[in-house]
Design a protein around this ligand. Structure first.
Ligand code: NAD
Length: 358
């Protein structure tokens, strides 16, 4: 990838690499846009095959955050960090972990508030507390808004309800066959809500213990590997890693709705957004469906009130419905409709910011 060409094409502001030789921290932070406010996005730890894979991931994820916050009506830009490390290894050494995240916190402090971090895959509220020992540009802290995942799960549930309304004429999940791929921090509490409201659950994960819990708690049926795509179900809720919907998997889908929490669910937004649209499947754009977590941490930057947070997340229902209906009437894929909504807000506010205040 020609990084500067890519940054130019998609309007990226900054890409920074951090290394701390004492803890072997290898972090990459990307600031896609600060038009609406400071860039905010979580820090993900992943065992990337190489640096290029990590850079591609952080670039994509940071842009997604810009669009997510714009659509959710937040005064935030988009950023993200990835750390190249083995999550299992890092978990074993608590002393190294503290130093590792405190070193990362000092680098974040060095960005002077252009980027605010939070949890993401394989980072915890404890890690955020370590970062907070070195910088205030971190949220999702244990003693403040806490773990964002249950809020993300709630927003994803709202997106599923709205998609059911558009696809089946009724928002209820009762009796609907729902396939949840990945039952981790978001997927599991999502299953809990779906089960409480009468959904028939199918689950997949690479963690057998979680699968056993879901069978016990929700009477869920386990589905293995790629069988998730061809399962005869009403709703497919991807809640593992992104990129699952591609040339190979989209033709297999038997569901009428795709709505889940995973970021970058479509391998190629344009191409696969169109493929899914042409198949008549209702796709709730990922960054709209999974905005509950960022909405929750956003309020930590102001006055945190859980009731206000839930009311804000409730709006995801109307937004998803509006996107799906617009897509139906204009014959434009939902992913493109959402992008246009985000871009319209960013461009409008860019003009507001040009007013000189003296
Ligand atoms: P997590 O790591 O807690 O859960 C992911 C789950 O997926 C794990 O149980 C893992 O074992 C499982 N998994 C991994 N590979 C799999 C595979 N091939 N098939 C089936 N299961 C697999 O992560 P999370 O916080 O629940 O996040 C899930 C997704 O939602 C991610 O894409 C994340 O970026 C996105 N997301 C999360 C939040 C949040 O608040 N946590 C917010 C927005 C978006």
């Amino acid at each position: 990838m020609k990084i500067f060409d890519y940054m130019q094409k998609y309007g990226y502001e900054q890409l920074v690499m951090f290394h701390d030789k004492h803890t072997d921290l290898k972090a990459i932070t990307c600031i896609h846009s600060t038009v609406l406010g400071p860039s905010l996005g979580g820090t993900r730890i992943w065992n990337y095959a190489d640096e290029n894979e990590a850079i591609e991931d952080v670039l994509r994820l940071a842009k997604g955050m810009t669009y997510k916050s714009a659509c959710a009506g937040l005064n935030l830009g988009g950023g993200k960090s990835v750390i190249i490390a083995d999550p299992q290894e890092l978990r074993k050494d608590i002393v190294r972990r503290e130093a590792f995240f405190r070193a990362f916190g000092r680098y974040v402090e060095g960005l002077s508030g252009r980027y605010i971090t939070a949890e993401d895959m394989n980072t915890t509220t404890q890690d955020m507390d370590y970062i907070n020992m070195e910088t205030n540009y971190v949220c999702g802290l244990e003693h403040k808004s806490g773990n964002p995942s249950p809020f993300t799960a709630y927003g994803t549930y709202k997106a599923i309800q709205a998609s059911c309304k558009a696809a089946f004429g009724d928002s209820s999940v009762k009796g609907k066959r729902i396939m949840v791929q990945g039952i981790g921090a978001v997927g599991y509490p999502l299953c809990r809500r779906l089960f409480a409201d009468g959904a028939i659950l199918f689950v997949s994960d690479i963690n057998q213990e979680r699968l056993n819990d879901a069978v016990r708690e929700f009477g869920a049926t386990i589905v293995n590997g790629d069988d998730v795509y061809s399962l005869d179900c009403d709703v497919f809720a991807p809640c593992a890693r992104g990129g699952g919907l591609n040339d190979e998997t989209i033709p297999k889908l038997k569901c009428k709705v795709v709505a889940g929490a995973a970021n970058n669910v479509l391998a190629d937004i344009e191409k696969h957004g169109k493929m899914i649209h042409d198949r008549g499947i209702f796709y709730a754009p990922d960054y709209v469906a999974n905005a509950g977590g960022v909405i929750n941490v956003y309020y930590e930057l102001y006055t945190y009130d859980e009731a206000v947070v839930y009311r804000h997340i409730d709006r995801i229902y109307d937004q998803v419905l509006e996107i799906l209906n617009t897509s139906k009437t204009t014959n434009v894929p939902t992913a493109a409709v959402a992008d246009k909504m985000a871009e319209a807000r960013i461009n409008a506010i860019k003009n507001v910011n040009s007013i000189y205040l003296g």
